[in-house]
Design a protein around this ligand. Structure first.
Ligand SMILES: CC(C)(COP(=O)(O)OP(=O)(O)OC[C@H]1O[C@@H](n2cnc3c(N)ncnc32)[C@H](O)[C@@H]1OP(=O)(O)O)[C@@H](O)C(=O)NCCC(=O)NCCS
Length: 161
C-alpha cells in the first residue's frame, strides 16, 4: 500500500429535488455570503432558483460530490455572452473543504467537458480577493468590471480535440 488516494470528484446535475442538498452546502459556507453581502439563501430560495434554472436550456447546474458527500456546486451558462462562449456564474466549494485543491479540480473537470467552447468567462461578485486569486491561478485574466460589485474574468480554451 502506498501513496495518498485522490478521491474522484463527480458532477451530478442539480434538479429542483436536490434543493435540500444544495441548501446544506450553502448553509455550510457562510463566509461566501457574508463576503458578497447577501443572506444565505433559504431552502425555498434554493428550490425556486433550481426550478428557474431548469427552464433555461442554456444553464447547467451541478452538485459536486466526493464519495457520497456533496462538497460543492457549479452553475454556468452555455453560448453566453457569445455563441462560442460559456460563463461560470458560481463555483462554490463548501467552506470546510476550501483550499484543498477541489476548486482547481472541479474547474479542470468542467473545462474537459466544455467541448467546442472557445472562451470560459467567470463572473466574480463582491470584493472577493480569494476568488480573483483562484481564477488568476487557473489561467483567467480580468476583462472588465460590470459595476462596483461585479467583475468578469476570461480564459481561452483550446479548440478542438
Ligand atoms: C474560490 C474557490 C472556488 C476556490 O476553490 P478552492 O477549492 O478553495 O481552491 P483550491 O484549493 O483548488 O486552490 C487552487 C489555487 O487557487 C489559488 N487560491 C485558492 N485560494 C486562495 C487564497 N485564499 N489566496 C490566494 N490564492 C488562492 C491558489 O493558487 C491555489 O493553488 P494551490 O493549491 O497550488 O495553492 C473557493 O474558495 C470557494 O468556493 N469560494 C467561495 C465561492 C466563490 O467565491 N466562488 C468564486 C466566485 S464564482
Amino acid at each position: 500500500m502506498g501513496g495518498m488516494r485522490t478521491l474522484s470528484l463527480v458532477f451530478r446535475p442539480a434538479a429542483p429535488e436536490d434543493a435540500p442538498l444544495l441548501h446544506q452546502v450553502y448553509q455550510a459556507s457562510p463566509g461566501y455570503f457574508a463576503l458578497i453581502g447577501m443572506e444565505r439563501p433559504t431552502l425555498e430560495d434554493v428550490a425556486r432558483d433550481l426550478a428557474t434554472l431548469e427552464k433555461d436550456h442554456r444553464r447547467r447546474a451541478f452538485l459536486i460530490f466526493q464519495e457520497a458527500e456533496a462538497v460543492g456546486y457549479l452553475d454556468y451558462k452555455l453560448h453566453y455572452p457569445e455563441a462560442e462562449d460559456a460563463t461560470l456564474s458560481l463555483l462554490l466549494i463548501r467552506e470546510d473543504r476550501q483550499g484543498q485543491g477541489l476548486g482547481r479540480r472541479a474547474l479542470a473537470h468542467l473545462v474537459e467537458h466544455l467541448a467546442g467552447v472557445e472562451r470560459l468567462y467567470a463572473v466574480v461578485y463582491g470584493n472577493n480577493a480569494r476568488a480573483i486569486a483562484f481564477f488568476k491561478a487557473q489561467g483567467f485574466r480580468h476583462v472588465k468590471d460590470g459595476g462596483p460589485a461585479l467583475s468578469w474574468y476570461v480564459r481561452e480554451l483550446k479548440a478542438g480535440p
